[in-house]
Ligand binder design. Structure first.
Ligand SMILES: CC(C)(COP(=O)(O)OP(=O)(O)OC[C@H]1O[C@@H](n2cnc3c(N)ncnc32)[C@H](O)[C@@H]1OP(=O)(O)O)[C@@H](O)C(=O)NCCC(=O)NCCS
Length: 188
């Protein structure tokens, strides 16, 4: 639950990091974080997260029930180095599902930060009574993420052929992966 944050973790290279939900006042640090994500990756983000105006609007209507964003903040200088967002619909027919999106700063990839955050979001989803976590990946572009998700027991459920348009005008498949949440700790 939200009250369980901040949570302290240590990455593979011994960087001390705190996980916590975003709060008003994080806008500048978020703009800085998302603007350091390579532009080829920004292209595939669902929102214009590197744009100050988008972040201002988001923060002014912060609604954890609809969009719960957890950030990883470096303890020594408060820099944001990763973000994971859970999107949840208000419809009673979809309340048992969340969509997950993770981005780790390129300099901090491969240090298990993404895995930590995804595992943490599974625990959070369990606490929120969620039954399914869905993650969508762009084929050929987000293969590292697909590998990471597979390691954490997400399974490939579907592929929408030629669904996503890349910057060069070509099309990529959208890979939909699912993790079923059982309401027990043994799920881990
Ligand atoms: C996907 C992403 C979140 C992973 O975060 P990360 O902190 O680098 O991942 P981890 O260090 O926890 O790695 C977990 C596993 O993923 C796999 N993996 C990570 N990077 C990989 C790469 N470049 N190539 C292949 N597999 C990779 C490995 O299996 C790894 O397990 P291992 O360390 O036991 O070998 C990060 O690479 C990222 O932000 N990518 C760009 C955005 C994106 O694609 N988001 C996905 C949409 S949800």
């Amino acid at each position: 639950m939200i009250k369980d944050y901040p949570k302290k973790i240590v990455t593979k290279d011994a960087t001390q990091v705190s996980l916590r939900p975003v709060v008003p006042g994080d806008e500048e640090a978020l703009v800085s974080f998302f603007s350091q994500i390579p532009s080829d990756e920004q292209w595939f983000l669902r929102e214009r997260l590197h744009e100050p105006l988008f972040l201002k609007k988001w923060m002014s209507k912060l609604d954890y029930d609809h969009m719960l964003s957890i950030i990883a903040v470096k303890d020594d200088d408060n820099t944001i180095i990763a973000n994971l967002t859970l999107y949840r619909s208000a419809s009673p027919s979809m309340r048992h599902v969340v969509h997950l999106r993770t981005t780790v700063h390129p300099r901090f990839r491969g240090m298990r930060l993404g895995s930590w955050m995804i595992l943490d979001s599974v625990k959070l989803s369990m606490d929120l009574g969620i039954h399914k976590v869905i993650a969508e990946f762009v084929s050929e572009v987000e293969e590292a993420a697909i590998a990471a998700a597979q390691k954490l027991d997400f399974h490939k459920e579907a592929a929408l052929k030629n669904y996503v348009r890349a910057r060069d005008g070509s099309y990529r498949d959208l890979i939909i992966m699912v993790k079923d949440i059982h309401q027990e700790w043994s799920d881990f």
